[in-house]
Design a protein around this ligand. Structure first.
Ligand code: FDA
Ligand code: NAD
Length: 437
């Protein structure tokens, strides 16, 4: 039997949520040796969104590289370098995958057979990519077919961008990864084609009007978009490198690099049968407590109550990863000291940045939509947005090209849910309606 290492607190997973949880533990008061973070990745927690943006910048002087983007710089906080964890007596156990969990015995077992014991566990294992090999797409294991989730994936993509300079890239998927990586490949001077089955990009959030703007912006950048079909197979050369993408409609696209972004799946398998689940995630209460005492789940894996909508939801975005982690640590500490803590009261916030574009969305995208434009004739940058209106009230708002104050205004209006008396009036007022609050 291997040596057992015991900690008061263990965080399994070393991504965004783990880093923000560590900072919160430190703020709340932590003794050296109490906390360990166990991560499959070889590096300390970092701001994952950088991987599909600054990390892919072709300018070596401008490209983001670690240690620049360790947490918590993404939200304007201090950068926690590996030395910070050392100073605080927090054990960063990196390059270590947990393969077995026994929650009743409070033990974790690593791939190398090490045993870890905890009193309190925070599950922060995040998501993994859905692979085309998962649905037996022919040839999907060819070289230069990439996915993007972890630093290692981004390094492989960057290496291949250098090898295949001025080549052809096919991007499979029209969601977040598809749109962000297509832009990055275009900026890297690749000839880019996007393929997705949906009638328009990002159908989870974009209305057809919004999507039409982004699609035509991308087409003006030289990106070709093929909608309404999927890849059914890949051709490779004698070296096993991808050369062609076979589409369901019979076409074959030439490709030197393929990047696939067809969705993510929360990493909950370790806990199957040991914790209650809901909507594909680990079920928690408004303090991120799971069905097992002393076990918490945060970030992408947690299905938690959204108070505003009186509903259980899972959110796969960085703002929630940060805030849920902080809330769980506050809850753990409140539990120990008998203090009161409010339930998590989350306003969903998603964003993306590509080329010169930048949008933010707050709230809930349900009900009717009302599109508005707010272009400044003196600015080359477009500015437009959309409100979502349900039961006569604004419940969500999207803004492309907003200033920090304008983004704050749409956040506020999405939280306050003001009634809308007159749609024509709202359309006329557009962004200035939100700015009144
Ligand atoms: P996260 O995935 O960050 O971390 C999980 C960690 O657990 C990983 O280090 C993993 O290796 C480790 N792990 C998993 N299983 C393990 C095991 N068994 N043993 C040990 N370690 C294990 N969101 C947004 O709002 N805006 C954005 O612009 C972007 N951009 C973006 C780009 C890219 C490329 C990706 C992949 C994702 C985004 N996101 C985003 C989403 C956002 O990054 C995501 O929601 C958070 O990282 C989730 O944080 P978690 O800590 O839950 O998981
Ligand atoms: P996604 O769910 O955003 O998009 C998946 C897309 O895949 C769909 O829009 C659809 O067009 C497409 N698709 C589905 N099946 C397909 C098939 N067989 N062939 C071709 N296309 C198919 O997922 P993603 O873009 O892969 O992102 C992965 C994860 O990373 C998500 O959790 C996402 O939230 C996160 N992420 C977020 C951001 C951000 O918030 N800015 C950026 C990058 C990644």
């Amino acid at each position: 039997l291997g040596m057992v290492k015991s900690f008061k607190y263990i965080i399994v997973g070393g991504g965004v949520a783990a880093g923000y949880a560590a900072r919160e533990f430190d703020r709340q008061g932590l003794k050296p040796g109490q906390l360990a973070i166990i991560s499959k990745e070889a590096v300390a927690p970092y701001e994952r969104p950088t991987l599909s943006k600054g990390y892919l910048n072709p300018n070596p002087k401008a490209a983001a590289r670690l240690p620049e983007f360790h947490v918590c710089v993404g939200s304007g906080g201090d950068r926690l370098l590996p030395d910070w964890y050392k100073e605080k007596g927090i054990q960063l156990i990196l390059g270590t995958e947990i393969v077995k969990v026994n929650l009743a015995l409070k033990t974790l077992v690593s791939a190398a057979g090490e045993i870890f014991k905890f009193q309190t566990l925070i599950i922060a294992t995040g998501s993994t990519v859905i692979r085309l090999t998962d649905f037996q797409v022919e040839g999907a294991d060819a070289k230069n077919i990439f996915y993007l989730r972890e630093l290692e994936d981004a390094d492989k993509l960057v290496e291949s961008i250098k090898m295949k300079k001025y080549g052809k890239a096919v991007i499979i998927g029209g969601g977040y990864i598809g749109l962000e990586v297509a832009a990055a490949m275009s900026i890297n001077d690749f000839d880019v084609t996007m393929v997705y089955p949906d009638p328009w990009c990002m159908p989870r959030l974009f209305t057809p009007t919004m999507a039409a703007f982004y699609e035509s912006y991308y087409e003006n950048k030289g990106i070709k978009i093929i909608k309404g079909t999927v890849s059914v197979g890949f051709n490779a050369n004698a070296n096993g490198e991808v050369k062609g993408v076979k589409l369901k409609d019979g076409r074959v696209l030439e490709a030197d690099i393929v990047v696939v972004g067809v969705g993510a799946r929360p990493l909950t398998a370790l806990f199957k049968g040991q914790l209650e689940e809901d909507k594909g995630g680990i079920k928690t209460d408004g303090f991120f407590k799971t069905s097992m005492p002393g076990v918490y789940a945060v970030g992408d894996v947690a299905t938690f109550p959204i108070k505003l909508y009186n509903e259980m939801r899972r959110v796969e975005h960085v703002d929630h990863a940060r805030k849920s982690a902080e809330h769980a640590v506050k809850a753990i500490k409140a539990n120990e000291t008998g203090k009161e803590l409010e339930e998590y009261d989350y306003l969903p916030y998603f964003y993306s940045r590509t080329f010169e574009l930048s949008w933010q969305f707050y709230g809930d995208n349900v009900g009717e939509t009302l599109f508005f434009r707010d272009d400044n004739p003196l600015s080359p940058k477009p500015k437009f947005g959309s409100y979502w209106i349900k039961d006569g009230k604004i419940v969500g708002a999207f803004l492309e090209g907003g200033t920090p104050e304008e983004n704050k205004a749409i956040a506020k209006v999405s939280r306050l849910n003001p009634p809308v008396e007159n749609l024509d009036q709202l359309k006329k007022e557009g962004l200035s309606f939100a700015s009144k609050f």
